[in-house]
Ligand binder design. Structure first.
Ligand code: KG4
Ligand code: ZN
Length: 324
């Protein structure tokens, strides 16, 4: 993977290069990248998804154990390819995430920092989902960012890279969590998000109305929608053939994306940002991407290569925060 943002590269030429070893272990991806000035030199990530699949979700205890196994393996490969004395610093995900998984990343990053005598920089996982968008296009401030992931759903107002204010968060489930739960109820595979996206694309039938009542505040809540959709699935279980599964998937997706967009519109009207950003695992959703691109002239949507958890977003965030 060798992606770079032209604007980011231009800015970097002016500010000097920065080579970073970045580590992301907040959930079930053991992700390490070697990165230099807006560009991923090499991605050493190992996904645990196929392991957790059989349990229908991530098992935290196994996730930390697998990080403990994967990290030394990855390090051996990195040392084979690069002289780590050439790096400027080590960046790692400090929070939020699964405690045991975060701990593995922290211990690994600190041990390397001591051994290599290189500075250690901590990066907030959710802020990294925002700055991952800079692989695509530079954020213009003030900005609004919608981060939709498996564990979190938040809207930030950013006055600058160092001045990030949380203006909305879900009071119950995260958007990705609801995608996963609906996917499980429809029995279409794990994780549910990409499976629902695919099923919805195959739908040709009229949509079922799962509307969430529109309100003008910034509070986010998904439990009502989740209950509506899962109750519908239980009461129509006998009639759920492939066509119906696609229809329910498309209807749910329409409703949750409309809801997220309506909240962004409320935030845009109030904060009047110069750019808006979409990041996090659910930012890979094809319908959400289309709708998001239409609500602001400077909408930056994270490249699908960097929407789900990855160490590249930790690296780019660390560099942006160093240089801003
Ligand atoms: O950001 P992420 O990789 O992990 C967390 O930090 O939680 O997000 C994972 C979430 C999962 O819930 C997954 O179902 C969802 O992102 N996801 C999607 C799509 N691809 C991944 N949701 C909707 N549509 C997609 N195409
Ligand atoms: Zn994430």
């Amino acid at each position: 993977m060798l992606l770079k943002s032209k604007q980011f590269m231009k800015r970097n030429r002016a500010l000097g290069s920065m080579r970073i070893l970045a580590i992301e272990t907040s959930h079930d991806d053991t992700s390490v990248v070697l990165y230099d000035s807006g560009k991923v030199l090499k991605d050493y990530s190992i996904s645990q998804t196929s392991f957790h699949k059989k349990f229908g979700g991530t098992v935290p205890e196994y996730a930390s154990r697998l990080h403990a196994e994967n990290l030394p393996r990855i390090l051996a490969d990195v040392l084979n390819d690069y002289d780590l004395k050439t790096i400027h610093h080590i960046a790692y995900t400090s929070h939020p995430g699964l405690v045991g998984s975060l701990q593995m990343g922290y211990v690994f990053a600190s041990a390397l920092s001591i051994a290599l005598q290189k500075p250690l920089r901590e990066v907030n996982h959710l802020h990294a989902h925002v700055f991952a968008a800079e692989f695509t296009r530079q954020i213009v401030y003030p900005a609004l960012a919608l981060v939709v992931s498996g564990g979190h759903t938040v809207i930030y107002f950013l006055k600058s890279p160092h001045d990030i204010n949380l203006i909305a968060k879900t009071s119950d489930d995260a958007a990705g969590e609801v995608f996963d739960k609906v996917g499980r109820a429809l029995k279409i595979g794990y994780p549910g998000g990409p499976a629902i996206d695919r099923a919805a694309q195959a739908n040709k039938s009229a949509l079922i109305s799962f509307k969430i009542p529109a309100d003008l505040d910034l509070n986010l809540s998904f439990s009502g929608l989740k209950t509506k959709v899962t109750s519908y699935i239980s009461s129509h279980r006998a009639a759920l053939n492939a066509t119906e599964v696609n229809r329910v998937a498309a209807s749910f997706q329409e409703s949750i994306t409309d809801y997220l967009i309506s909240k962004m519109k409320v935030a845009i009207a109030h904060y009047k940002p110069r750019s808006i950003v979409l990041g996090g695992g659910v930012a890979a959703n094809s319908v959400l991407r289309q709708k998001f691109s239409k609500i602001h002239p400077h909408a930056i949507i994270c490249d699908p290569a960097y929407t789900t958890d990855n160490a590249a977003m930790i690296a780019i965030t660390s560099e942006i925060l160093q240089k801003a």
